[in-house]
Ligand binder design. Structure first.
Ligand code: FES
Length: 178
């Protein structure tokens, strides 16, 4: 499997810290997903071989935890917090608007492959809801009046080249306090 040298380096650096290789199942799943965007069958087999365990054991972990993905995601990954504070502040409306504007249903990827929208549990910024995370950027107070600008930024990120798409857009709207 084709992993980035930095990912391989991180993986190798973990082994001395865990005498029982099986304990590395979760960290390796995280690192490989971060590198590849999702955990393919090939990736799970690779992890299993690396840890000298049955591929089924890796699949059990990947199937159990909702943060692991078994399918590729869109170019821009949009996560909308749906936990109580954000829900009370309008997260469901925000999510519906994003779905409409990006032609993408929550839990799925748009037909053009540009967007994946997920409803997620608390992102730990509860006082500023609704909170939306776009790739690695956090956007706070994403109510109706801020959404237009946020949608424009998400679209801008999708049209950027694949390298910058993961880090764009710049923080600043709505009320980003990173
Ligand atoms: S409830 Fe949304 S960030 Fe915590």
């Amino acid at each position: 499997m084709d992993l980035a040298p930095e990912t391989l380096q991180k993986i190798e650096s973990l082994f001395p810290k865990y005498p029982d290789k099986r304990s590395l199942t979760l960290p390796l799943c995280h690192l490989v997903q971060e590198d590849q965007g999702y955990l393919s069958d090939e990736a799970m087999k690779w992890i299993a071989a690396k840890l000298e365990i049955e591929p089924m054991k890796v699949l059990e972990v990947v199937s159990f935890y909702p943060m692991f993905r078994r399918k590729p995601i869109g170019k821009v990954h949009v996560k909308v917090c749906r936990t109580l504070s954000c829900a009370l502040n309008g997260a469901y409306k925000t999510c519906e608007k994003l779905e409409e504007a990006l032609a993408c249903k929550r839990g799925g990827t748009s037909e053009d492959g540009n967007y994946t929208i997920e409803f997620v549990e608390c992102i730990a910024d509860c006082g500023k809801g609704p909170v939306v995370q776009v790739d690695d950027r956090l956007y706070e107070n994403c109510g109706p009046e801020q959404l237009e600008e946020l949608i424009a930024r998400i679209k801008e990120a999708a049209s950027a080249d694949p390298v910058t798409a993961r880090t764009a857009p710049e923080p600043g709207t709505p009320a980003y306090k990173g």
